[in-house]
Design a protein around this ligand. Sequence first.
Ligand code: NAP
Length: 337
Amino acid sequence: MKAIVQTKYGSPADLRLREVAEPTVGENEVLVRVRAASIHPDVWHVVAGWPYIVRLMGSGLFKPKNPIPGTDMAGVVESVGDKVTRFQPGDEVFGETIAAQGWANGGTFAEYVSAPQDRLALKPGNITFEQAASVPASGFIALLNLPEASQLEGREVLINGAGGGVGPLALQIVKSYGARVTAVDTTNKLDMLLSLGADRVIDYTREDFTRGDRRYDLIFDIPGNHPFSVCKRVLNPEGRYVPIGYEHYGKSGRRIFGLVPHFIYLMLLARFDKQLGTGKSSRPTRAETIEVLRDLLATEKLTPIIDSVFPLSEIHEAFRHQIEDELHGKVILTTAR
Ligand SMILES: NC(=O)c1ccc[n+]([C@@H]2O[C@H](COP(=O)([O-])OP(=O)(O)OC[C@H]3O[C@@H](n4cnc5c(N)ncnc54)[C@H](OP(=O)(O)O)[C@@H]3O)[C@@H](O)[C@H]2O)c1
């Protein structure tokens, strides 16, 4: 089969399209003929081996353990392992492939990939393979980091960096919970955010939301360009601040540990400050979230936005676009022949 192959950490320009052996299928795994896969910042982290700490967190010390990048995809089931009960050949599915909860290549930038059955769901018929492939990783980050629906009904939510990969999904999920949403991003993305249901938009190039009069019950902060102490000024007394983190493809400059020390600091601070974090008592698993995402897609509460679609053979241009250009939705790779 054809696959994108990464033999070392470095630039996406080092990736190559090669002929490789098809993956084998474990007893609880499903072999999927990939129709579409998505690029997201965490795929770049493993391709670049940046920051260095990713190499200790599952991806491989000196070179990637799995040479084929990509973590999420949509496609058609080709065959199933002996213990697979949920899927059969011919099913249209979408989901993730990585077994670890960390940074690792998952093999989806290929014509075939094997995935654990509990990371997959049936693709709703109302969306395309490209749309389905854009959702799993970003949707997981959104669902993991949002409070429960009951905590947000009728509340004021601000999403900072709402126009990227995670933001549009978080915005629509929060709207489906019955919250009012203020979406913050750059000028050209504001119309898209209004079309996705934002009640109010703020152009961060002209206005600083931390200096406004409005108060919020949740700040879902993707870029983290204002410290928590500053965001607190615009939180209601019971309001919560949830940081997501954003390295902007190495532009943050934190070469060795990335945002890990910052997040350890915030986790310690959260023990003393109840406004920090989601306040949820349990974390949803990836297996649970893929089914929640499926329901949101099938009921049209969630509409995935696609910026552009590239064939696998144009992997270099796809990554260049992802990293350098202003995106309006997700960048998708397709294996359509
Ligand atoms: N997307 C995924 O599937 C995924 C999966 C796992 C983890 N994550 C993590 O989640 C983080 C966010 O991912 P993402 O895909 O949403 O990133 P992203 O697509 O780069 O989105 C960040 C958004 O924030 C905007 N922004 C930049 N500076 C801002 C500022 N000062 N004020 C307000 N908005 C600002 C960006 O606009 P510009 O584009 O104009 O800069 C962009 O729209 C990543 O760091 C990643 O590690 C993401």
